[in-house]
Design a protein around this ligand. Structure first.
Ligand SMILES: [Mg+2]
Length: 285
């Protein structure tokens, strides 16, 4: 099974990476597109996992609408690069947000370079918060390990997270830790099916998208975001994206949020839904 948070397993793929580049950049970017990867663009059962037609639409919108685009994912950067290869991306995006908070930009050779001002600030804040919240995290770990079969994760670059056995078990865990975490207002978590990653309230997919928008000098109104799961909720907020969408396979909470903000719930699943959303927001009527 393709695990969403495989960044937790330190196995950099032993594949020869082809030279992958971005499309020539637009002279004056006019909109930013932010896509979640797994479950939104990528369907593990699809062949190819990301529809070829998706890239054709991106290429066309690049020329006609001066869009820039990126992937906003829970994956680590190495696992995202593996995804580009596996899904046979004909060109790479203009930016990646990895582990829901780290920003990477490709250089002229297609190598992914960390956006240091943001990433270093993020790392410093997260480190300080986890040090401060150590006792609370230990209490939550004890609670989870006493009452469930979920696995607690602590490793380099991943200070705290867990993997439950079932969705029901994750629901139980979330119900249990929600009141516990209120004593530490800056501590939050990102949830994606049976995976949960603790983090800093101010560093998630939404704030990361706004930092990207800041780099391009564009307002939230010119940002489009699309996702399918709980860890996409922040970027599907009008504070970060004026145009929002989800595929038909999104979890109910995401569908509800997109509808509440006048976004598009696609009829199609995964990448087909993404194509539909792009036509909805960016094609001439
Ligand atoms: Mg997803």
């Amino acid at each position: 099974m393709y695990q969403l948070f495989r960044g937790w397993i330190p196995d950099f793929p032993a594949v020869a990476l082809p030279l992958m580049k971005t499309l020539p950049p637009p002279s004056l970017p006019a909109a930013i597109l932010s896509f979640d990867f797994d479950g939104t663009l990528h369907d593990p059962a699809g062949n190819p996992p990301v529809p070829t037609a998706f890239f054709e639409v991106i290429r066309r919108l690049r020329e006609e609408k001066q869009i820039v685009w990126g992937i906003n994912t829970g994956r680590s950067m190495p696992q995202m690069v593996e995804g580009f290869v596996e899904s046979r991306f004909p060109f790479i995006p203009d930016w990646v947000v990895a582990r829901e908070r780290e920003i990477y930009l490709p250089n002229a050779f297609g190598r992914w370079v960390p956006h240091l001002p943001w990433n270093q600030r993020c790392e410093k804040e997260v480190h300080g918060l986890f040090k401060h919240a150590r006792k609370l995290l230990d209490r939550m770990r004890k609670e989870v390990e006493e009452h469930t079969g979920a696995q607690w994760i602590e490793m380099e670059g991943e200070p705290a997270g867990l993997i439950s056995r079932t969705l029901e078990e994750m629901e139980w865990i979330v119900t249990r830790i929600t009141p516990m975490i209120t004593v530490e207002p800056q501590l939050s978590w990102q949830r994606n099916s049976i995976y949960l990653r603790f983090g800093h309230r101010d560093f998630q997919k939404g704030s990361s998208l706004s930092e990207i928008a800041h780099l391009y000098g564009l307002p939230a109104a010119r940002c489009f975001a699309m996702g399918d799961s709980h860890n996409d909720l922040e970027m599907l907020d009008p504070a970060h994206a004026g145009m929002t969408a989800c595929p038909a396979n999104a979890v109910p909470e995401v569908t509800a949020k997109v509808l509440a903000n006048g976004g598009l719930v696609a009829r199609g699943v995964h990448g087909e839904g993404a194509i539909e959303a792009l036509e909805h927001f960016f094609s001439e009527k």
